[in-house]
Design a protein around this ligand. Structure first.
Ligand SMILES: Cc1cc2nc3c(=O)[nH]c(=O)nc-3n(C[C@H](O)[C@H](O)[C@H](O)COP(=O)(O)O)c2cc1C
Length: 303
């Protein structure tokens, strides 16, 4: 018998597979492919304080082994989510992670407060968005800003708080430490890597927004390196993501230090990816006689 249960920030996950925000809608869109109960949990589309229409198309471009996206946080707003979507998705026997993005510290705090009164299991702060009061520089690029933001949100959030780190920084472990010191219960990484694609015929960037976030298998080695580095730097658990396409990828992320692992862009290729991923994990555990999946967490990291 193999045991795939993981306790993450005090929340019980029946298996370590979750989804990456923005690649899974609000969950119910995917229930037609695989019952949502198969997942340990899922991260819903990124929410903002007010509804957003997102960026103008084209906002997705294919790249070798990945995609660039500049969706621009299209969503119906946190209040609509809490009042009209949560009552539907909380019926599924799985954990819901609410992912939030703010223009200001106060917006993040208000959203965390609203979500504290819902059945979401975890609140995930997307810090890869521009801080309006700091000249539009992303929150997640400055350790002091991340520390202050985490501290303020933590005061008003009754749910476990996970800070989602941006890979577009010089030292990801420094930002991870700043979030942990600010009171984060967990971390998730990586968000997308800033990229660009140019159409050589029109001589213009392909995306209307010029730049976009790179995701998919192309970013996987960056994700593994960053998870490995962050695992050594902090004592709080990690949700790993970035190009996962198989059970072997999940194992690799766990060996690097992830307690939970998210499927993201891979779901666009294979909406029922979780089924092959779960089979792959089971085969690996049986092959090596591993009873508890938690034994793998950080096993490749020398302390
Ligand atoms: C279309 C798209 C939309 C995304 N939207 C969000 C979002 O709203 N909030 C967020 O924190 N991350 C968002 N992400 C980033 C993913 O959650 C994930 O961190 C990243 O794509 C790396 O994982 P992957 O390579 O498996 O997709 C988005 C990614 C994609 C491809």
């Amino acid at each position: 018998m193999i045991n795939t249960k993981v306790n993450f920030c005090g929340v019980e996950f029946k298996n370590p597979i979750v989804t990456a925000s923005g690649t899974f809608g609000f969950g119910m869109e995917y229930d037609q492919f695989v019952p949502l109960e198969e997942y340990g949990g899922f991260s819903a589309k990124g929410l903002t304080r007010a509804p957003r229409e997102g960026n103008k198309p084209p906002r997705i471009a294919e790249t070798p082994s990945g995609i660039l996206n500049s969706v621009g946080l299209q969503n119906p707003g946190v209040e609509y989510f809490a009042e009209s979507i949560m009552p539907i998705i909380s019926e599924f026997d799985t954990n819901i992670i609410a992912n939030i993005s703010g223009n200001t510290v106060e917006e993040y705090c208000e959203m965390a407060e609203i979500l504290s009164d819902t059945a979401v299991a975890i609140v995930e702060l997307n810090v890869s968005c521009p801080n309006v009061k700091h000249g539009g520089l992303a929150f997640g690029t400055d350790p002091k800003v991340v520390n202050d933001l985490t501290r303020e949100v933590k005061k008003r959030c009754k749910k476990p708080l996970v800070v989602k780190l941006s890979p577009n920084v010089t030292s990801v472990s420094e930002i991870a430490k700043a979030a942990a010191d600010g009171g984060a219960d967990g971390l998730s990484l990586i968000n997308t890597l800033l990229g660009m694609k140019i159409d050589i015929n029109t001589r213009r960037p392909v995306l209307m927004n010029n730049t976009g976030g790179l995701s998919g298998p192309a970013v996987k080695p960056v994700a593994v390196r960053m998870i490995h580095e962050v695992y050594s730097a902090v004592d709080i658990p990690i949700i790993g993501m970035g190009g996962v396409m198989s059970g072997d990828d999940v194992i690799e992320f766990m060996l690097a230090g992830a307690s939970l692992v998210a499927l993201g862009t891979g779901l666009f290729v294979k909406p029922d990816l979780i089924l092959t991923v779960k089979r792959g994990i089971e085969e690996y555990m049986n092959r090596y006689g591993i009873e508890n999946i938690t034994d793998l967490i950080g096993a490749a990291v020398m302390n």
